[in-house]
Each structure stands twice: as C-alpha cells, then as structure tokens.
Design a protein around this ligand. Structure first.
Ligand code: C2E
Ligand code: CA
Ligand code: CA
Length: 934
C-alpha cells in the first residue's frame, strides 16, 4: 500500500518532467526518420524472402499511416506551452499505436519455415525494442505501451512457428542486444543521470520560480489575498493531489476568517469561515490555537474532526495537515493547510514544503499588515484635520502636515528648519512657555491651550498636545505636537455666553445675568457693611406705543430708553457700576445701586431717571412721550433674601403705577403685608375646590323693553373657612397667575350650566346664564391639546345640550390676540349656539372694528360709565354713541352697575337693551334668585 502510494507520488511529481522529455523526443525528427528507414529496409529485405508482396505493401501502408499520424501530432503540438497531462497521454497513445503498427509486421510479413524471413523480422524488431527501451526509458508507460505489442507478437511467433535455427538465432541476438543495452546504459549513464538531475532541477526550478513570483508580488504590494491564492495555487500545481488553503486569524485572535482556498468547495469554505479556534477544532483551529503543526492523516478517525464528519465527507476530504503561520515575533497569524482526498501521511518533503509555504505566507501577511499600518499612518498624517508638527533634538521643525499649513498659513518649506517659536503670539507671558518647557522636559508630555499667530498676523487659539519620542538612552529624538484650531469654537462659546447673558436688542445684561450680578453685588455690599438699592423700572403704557407705532418703533424706543438709563448711571458712577442696568424683558428694566454710602442719592437717581425718560423720543418722523414707574427696595432693610427683594421692587413698582404712574415708590411694610396675604391666599386657593368652598351667585339682567328677567350673570364666591367671604376681585387675579383659574372656571361652567338647565324648565324656556371666562382660560385651551382644559362647546355637544342656555363674557383685551387659535375657538362657540358678551366695554384698548372680526353678540358697558350718567354728561354722550354703533353692528347692549332710577331711565331712553345692577338686585344665591323672581 505504502509502496503504491509512494509510486503514485513519484508518478505525479515527475509527470511534468516525463512529459517534457517525451515531448522533446517527439519533437526530434531522429526517431521518425530512423524508424521510417528501418521500415523501408525491412520491407526491401522481406521482399527477397518467401513473403507475399501484397502483404508487404499493405504493411508499408500501415506504417506510412502510423507515422503520418505521428507527424501530424508533432505538427499540432504547440512547443511554446509546457506539456500538460493531455499531451503526455496523446504521446503515450501514439507510441502504443506505433508499437501496434510494428507488431503487425509479424502478422503480415512473417513466413513460417523461412528462416531468413523470420531472422530478419526478429532481429529488426528486437533491435527496435532495444532502441525504444533506451529512448523511452524515461516514461515506463510509453515504454511498455510500445514494447508490449511488439514483444508479444514476436514471442508468439517464436513460440508457435519458428524454426530451431531462427529461435537459436533470435536468442543469440537477444542476448547480444541485452548486452548492448547494458553497455549502452552504462555508456549513457551520464545521460540518464542528467535526466534525473534535470528532473530534480526542474522541480526545484519550478518551486523557485513560483517562490520568486510570489516574492515579486509581495515586493510589489500586490493585494494580500492575491498573494495567498498564488501560494496555494503554486503548491497545488506542484502536486495536483493536494488541496491547499490559508486561513487568517481575525483581529480578535479567536476566529479564523479570511480564507484563500481557490479549489476547496464553496460550501466547505462557508462552513469554516469564522470558525472559533480551540485545542481540538479540526487541524487548522487546533494549529492556530496551539501554534504547533497538526497532522491529521485520516480525518474520519480523528477526534478533532468528529464534529465535521458530514462536511468533510461531502467535500471528499480525508487528510488535513495544518501548519501555523507566524510573524517574525512568533505570533500566530493564521494557518496553512494541505488536504488530501485519501488518508495520507506527509513525507519529509511534504513537511518541508508545508513549512516553507507557511513561512512565505507569513512574510506576505506580516508585510501586508505592516504596509497597511504605514499607509494608514501616512494617510492620517496627510489627511487629518489636526495640524501636526515634528521637531528634532534641537527643537527644529523637521515635518509638518497639510493641516498645519491650513491652520497657520505657513507652507512646509517655510516651516521646515525653523524653531516652533516663529508661531508665538504676544498673548502669553514668558512664564507660560517656561512652564510648558519644564513640563515637557520632565514628563515628555504637555497639553493645553496656546494662542499663536498665523502668517496673516491673526491670533488664533489651538488646543495642543505634545508628545516625545526617546531613543534607547532616553534622549529626545523627536517631539510631535498635535494641534486643533479651537478659535471658532471659542468664538461661538463667547457668542453663546453673550446670547445667554445679554439682551440682544439693547445689549444690556438680561434677566439671567441680572440675577448673577445681583447676588454678587449683595455679597459685596454685605462685606462693606453698606446698604444696597434695587430699582424696578417699568415703562407706562408702552404697549400703546407698540400697538400704534408698530413693534419696530417700540424696539427703537426700548433701545433709546436703555441708553438713557445707562447715561443716568454714568452720571452717578460713584454709586453704581456701569453694568448696573439690566433688561428683564419687555419694558422692564432694573438698576442695582450697591455700596450706598448716601441712601439719599437713590431718590436723586430715581428722579433723574423719570426726568430723562420723560424727554421726547424721536421715533422716525414721530415724536412720542412716555413715562416710567419705579419701584425701590432696600437691602438689608426690606429683606436680605434675593427673591424677596426682587418681589418687593416689583410690588413697589405696581404701587407706583396704581398711584398714577410717572413716579417712584419705596417698598413699605403694608406692601409687605399684602404680599404675604397674597401668598397665603394662593396656598388656600389650591385647596378651595376640593373643600367645596366656592359657590355661585346670580345677578339678574333686566330687559329694558319688556321689563322681564330672562338672563343672569353667574359670579363666583369664595367662602373662606377663617377669612369669610373673599371677593373674586381679590382671588381671581391670583387664580389667573397660578393657572388655578382653569379648574375654578370649569367648576363655574358646570355649576352654572346645571342651574340654567333647571331654570329653563322652571322660569323660562329661553333662560340664559352668562359666565365670566378669563383670557388665561382661552390661551390654555387654545394652545394645548391636554384634557385638563374642558372644551365647553364639545362638552355641550357631547351632552346633547343647546349652547343657548349659556353666554360667555370675555374681556376686550382678549380680542387683541389675533391668532387663528382664538378666532377658531370663538367660532366654535358660535357654532355651538353659545352667545358671547364683551365685558367691561370701554375700559380696554379695543375698537369697534374688533367686534366685527369676532362674532360678538353683546357688549356690556362698564359700570364706570354708568355711574356718572347725567343728562348732559360726557358719559351720557359716550353711552349713546356706544349704543348707536353697537346696534349698527347688530349687537345688543347691556349696561352694568345700574344703581339708580335716573341711570335706568337715561339708559332706557338711549335705547339700551338690558340693564344689570344693584338698582334691580344684588347678586343672589339660587334660592334667593328664585324668590326674587316670584
Ligand atoms: P364683572 O364681570 O364686571 O362683574 C360685575 C361685578 O360688578 C360683580 O362684582 C358685581 O357684584 C358687581 N356689581 C353688579 N352690580 C353692581 C352695581 O350696581 N354697583 C356696583 N358697584 N357693582 C356692581 P364681583 O361679583 O365682585 O365680581 C368682580 C369681578 O370678578 C367680575 O367683574 C369678574 O370680572 C370677576 N369674576 C366674578 N366671577 C367670576 C368667575 O366665575 N370667573 C371669572 N373669570 N371671573 C369672575
Ligand atoms: Ca362679567
Ligand atoms: Ca363687568
């Protein structure tokens, strides 16, 4: 068995050489010519014997055809290409056919009984055989193929029909020829040796050639995969019985993934792709894991392969030898493996070849990795946005990258050979560089912000990291500095800081900054043990400027105001620093007067501010006048808490406004009390709904024409457990501020709605209750999708109620909101049948034009107009005008606060539709209301 396999190997390994030599024989004309001559001579000689001439001619024809075939084969053979198996086999067949042709001579030419004839044939054929033995010795198949037919035919003839003479003769000649062969072989020993030498040389040469081709590929940076495939193909060509593969170990060092195995079946490659290595995983996994060669002679009987039996059977693989591929440091890079279709033990040569090829693959892989790293490094150096600068031992620049040029404006030529000092700006003190160098000399590293100067003179900020490369003796070879230009980032940070802390319009510190400053100033004055004053300045009726002259003019006025305030501060810079003025938003400004040595100066400054603001404003072509109200609070007299101080100033400012504007007001103890009261109320209000402390009262609304009462206004009352009845005028504003108005408003709505439904049954089918709805409620419902805010029209629709049972009273201010949300919401009221009344008409800003835009049904003339009605009074004229205009717009008019018979009469004559007031009735509880009507 072993012998056969060895023979097979020999066979396969030397096939190319045999083919080569055989083909050379075929190319040479000598055998052809000599064979043809021999054939001709034989024919002539035979004709002299008792042979039948026609047989001789037939034989000649066969010879001619045979050799013609050989000549054709010779011509069709392409000498430029190496001999392959196909051609070798063609040669073999041709030789065998030639042998057959010669064998026909014993059939056609042989004459029994004719010693001469027999001798000629036997002698010439044995001579031919000897010559063939010499020529074809290189390939046994050729030799046997030729000799067999010839010898069999000769021996057959000799054994059956030859005369004693010819047998004796033949034996003698054969012995002689054998002797000649031995002599010839000896004589040709050199030639034979040459052939075997040539065989080995050729093998080696092929391997060398292949190796050098691969080395060339490696040197030319051919793609790694191509190189590995070449290694594999190479070995497979040298020994076609082998199937080779190279597997690379993945980056994680645990999986085999990249596979170069052009002749392994695809399904096999797919199956082992990503295979996790381990001490017992096949041959390759084990080799990669252990770093040792793993030889598996028979896969079927090897424990390492037990998990892969199905796969290897399908791929028809029976042996696998695997050699770890290592880099120069001995690290495993992958495996080189040889498969066989049959169980196979590697020979010495196989081992040699597998180690050689694994080494070759190792070189290729290591180099490719190295190249890749170098290429990457170069790529990074060239393409990174970070500017790089490399200096040498003497702190001279030896390398810069394109980013350096982009950042500094200096080209590489300009920078190389210089000291990095040429980039220095004057921004840093000398000590900065001294410290930097100290750190570098001690640790080799430094990082931080450096302000440098560009070629164009501009200063820029860089974040710099410097590292040092040392030699074996710890001497500095290079320093590498990496820098990122952070100028833009710093600029944008500044900008963001400014935007966050300063008001864009006036450039003054904003609310955020004001708080910071205020804290600082309080600390400062605390240390100085002096008082501080905080002034809240609010423009009076600034909204009107915005509404009448437009927002742009409003902005101009605010800017001008800011300038005037700052100029006031400048004039008194002994008590206030320059940034003391802030704008909190809108038309609200603050002023901090810290470290007050003379508290009297606060009054002077406040008066000065009022005077300055009262001066005319030139807004475009218009001249406008405006005033301000100022609230003042003192630290630490009023409070030492920052938030309280701010609230105090605000409160004082409102007092100034209430007192008639264009004045200042100090925060007082009574204000303090009202603030506290307010805070307590807020707390109580939160619990009032749960505790059912609210109830409704209803004030009748009288129809002037019929004198009947089919309408009432619902007014909320808060029965406080300790404070008694609290007026809505006191708690509604708080509810609005805190958002509690939504809950309270919805409660009022539901309560009034039930009452209206009841009274529509008991009093009159058209009875209508009007409900006050705060603007805050509208904003919330219009701007929020949340369920917290009851949608009144939807609620009525869902309950199948007519909207006519209620009316909603809104204030004029609400109509200034021109958003679609509000309009749509009001239209939803109209669609639901809910009527809308405009409350307190005449006190706000709105004009009659608004009434047309929104679908309003009633206007309620404010009680302040009704109160002073007299026959010839201004208010009478105003009321008349309102009524006439309202009627023109198809609106009904309700007069509020009717207290006297005279007022009632005047309004009735003026054509007013409804009246409401103490004259008819105060607001009543529902029971009293019912009693009142009966
Ligand atoms: P308003 O809507 O103008 O309501 C009329 C106010 O005038 C009521 O005061 C009423 O009692 C009072 N009044 C009625 N007739 C006369 C009169 O002849 N002479 C005088 N001097 N006053 C009269 P009240 O009930 O104190 O309500 C004050 C304000 O509170 C209301 O003014 C309204 O704006 C608000 N308010 C009351 N209830 C609610 C409510 O349920 N929701 C909302 N959002 N606001 C409400
Ligand atoms: Ca009202
Ligand atoms: Ca009113």
């Amino acid at each position: 068995m072993k012998l056969i396999s060895k023979f097979q190997d020999e066979w396969l390994v030397f096939t190319p050489i045999k083919a080569e030599v055989t083909s050379r024989l075929y190319q040479s004309n000598l055998p052809l010519v000599s064979a043809l001559c021999l054939a001709a001579l034989l024919a002539v000689a035979i004709l002299k014997t008792s042979a039948t001439p026609s047989h001789v001619y037939l034989w000649l024809v066969i010879m001619a055809i045979t050799y013609a075939g050989r000549i054709l084969l010779k011509i069709s053979y392409d000498r430029t290409k190496p001999v392959n198996m196909l051609w070798l086999n063609r040669f073999r067949i041709a030789t065998a056919l030639t042998g057959l042709a010669w064998a026909t001579s014993t059939v056609l030419l042989y004459q029994p009984g004719d010693t001469l004839n027999q001798s000629i044939i036997i002698v010439s054929l044995t001579g031919l055989c000897a010559a063939a033995a010499l020529s074809f010795a290189i390939d046994y198949i050729v030799l046997i193929g030729f000799l067999l037919p010839v010898l069999i035919s000769v021996i057959f003839r000799l054994a059956t029909e030859a005369s004693h003479t010819s047998i004796t003769l033949s034996l003698m000649i054969t012995l002689f020829l054998m002797f000649v062969i031995i002599i010839a072989r000896k004589a040709n020993k050199g030639y034979i040796e040459n052939i075997s030498l040539a065989k080995t040389a050729l093998l080696g040469e092929n391997r060398e050639k292949a190796n050098s081709r691969i080395m060339e590929m490696i040197a030319n940076n051919a793609p790694l995969n191509k190189i590995l495939v070449a290694v594999v193909v190479n070995l497979e060509e040298q020994d076609p019985s082998m199937l080779c593969s190279i597997l690379l170990l993945g980056r994680d060092g645990k999986h085999l993934n990249h596979i170069a195995a052009p002749h392994l079946p695809n399904f096999y490659i797919e199956a082992i792709e990503g295979l996790e290595i381990g001490p017992k995983v096949g041959s390759c996994g084990a080799a990669a894991f252990t770093g040792e060669r793993v030889i598996v002679e028979d896969i079927i009987n090897h424990p390492n392969w037990s998990d892969f039996t199905e796969l290897t059977t399908k791929a028809n693989l029976r042996a696998c030898w695997s050699e770890p591929i290592k880099d120069s440091a001995g690290k495993v890079l992958g495996t080189f493996s040889i498969y066989h279709h049959n169980p196979t033990i590697p020979t010495e040569k196989d081992i040699q070849s597998i180690t050689q090829n694994a080494a070759l693959a190792g070189i290729a892989i290591e180099l490719a990795n190295h190249n890749q790293e170098q290429r990457l490094a170069a790529l990074i150096y060239q393409n990174t946005n970070e500017s790089m600068m490399i200096t040498d031992t003497n702190n001279i620049i030896v390398g810069v990258n394109p980013a350096f040029t982009a950042d500094t404006g200096y080209s590489a030529e300009e920078a190389l050979g210089k000291s990095p000092d040429f980039l220095k700006s004057t921004h840093h003190k000398k000590s900065f560089y001294t410290k930097l160098n100290q750190k570098l000399n001690t640790t080799g590293k430094w990082q931080g912000e450096i302000w440098n100067q560009r070629k164009n003179g501009k200063i820029y900020t860089e974040w710099v990291r410097i590292n040092t490369i040392y030699d074996k003796n710890n001497e500095v070879i290079n320093r590498v500095s990496l820098a990122t230009d952070i100028t833009k980032r710093k600029e944008s940070e500044d900008l963001i800081w400014k935007q966050a802390n300063f008001d864009v319009l006036t450039g003054l510190p904003n609310r955020h900054m004001f708080h910071d400053r205020f804290k600082q100033e309080i600390k400062k004055t605390q240390r100085a043990n002096l008082p501080l004053a905080l002034l809240f300045i609010d423009l009076d009726e600034f909204k009107e400027v915005n509404d009448t002259l437009g927002h742009h003019m409003g902005d101009v006025l605010l800017k001008e105001t800011a300038n005037r305030l700052v100029s006031c501060v400048r004039e008194s810079d002994t008590v206030a620093y320059i940034d003391a003025v802030s704008r909190l938003g809108g038309d609200e400004f603050t002023l901090i007067l810290s470290e007050l040595k003379d508290p009297q100066c606060v009054v002077r400054i406040a008066q000065n501010i009022l005077k300055k603001i009262a001066e005319p404003y030139h807004l475009g072509d218009e001249v406008t006048y405006i005033s301000a109200s100022i609230g003042i609070t003192l630290y630490p007299a009023d409070s030492s808490d920052i938030d309280t101080l701010i609230k105090n100033a605000d409160q004082a400012m409102y007092t100034a406004k209430k007192k008639g504007r264009n004045r200042f007001s100090y925060f007082t103890a009574s204000m303090q009390k009202s603030i506290q009261k307010r805070m307590r109320l807020t707390k109580d209000l939160r619990r009032a709904i749960e505790k059912q402390e609210f109830h409704l009262v209803y004030q009748p609304i009288v129809n002037f024409r019929t004198g009947k009462i089919h309408k009432a206004e619902a007014l909320v009352r808060w029965q406080h457990p300790t404070k008694g009845l609290i007026s809505p005028a006191d708690f509604i504003p708080i509810a609005e501020e805190t958002g509690l108005i939504n809950e309270i408003g919805n409660w009022v709505f539901l309560e009034a709605l039930e009452q209206s439904i009841e009274w529509r049954k008991s009093i009159h089918s058209n009875f209508q209750i009007s409900i006050n709805k705060s603007p805050v409620q509208f904003y919330n419902i219009a701007n929020s999708e949340s369920d917290d805010y009851l949608n009144w029209p939807n609620y009525l629709r869902d309950r199948g109620l007519s909207g006519e049972c209620i009316a909603v009273e809104i204030t004029e201010g609400l109509l200034l909101d021109t958003s679609d949300n509000l309009r749509n919401y009001l239209f939803a009221f109209r669609d639901a049948g809910i009527q809308v009344a405009l409350d307190d008409f005449g006190t706000g800003y709105s004009s009659l034009s608004y009434l047309k835009k929104f679908d309003i049904d009633y206007i309620k003339i404010d009680q302040s107009f009704v109160q002073n009605l007299g026959i010839e009074s201004d208010d009478m004229a105003l009321c008349q005008a309102i009524i006439v205009m309202a009627h023109k717009l198809k609106l009904k008019v309700i007069a509020e606060g009717v207290e006297t018979q005279e007022q009632h009469d005047l309004l009735k004559t003026a054509g007013c539709d409804f009246g409401q007031g103490y004259f008819y009735s105060k607001p009543l509880t529902s029971d009293n209301f019912e009693n009142f009507l009966t």
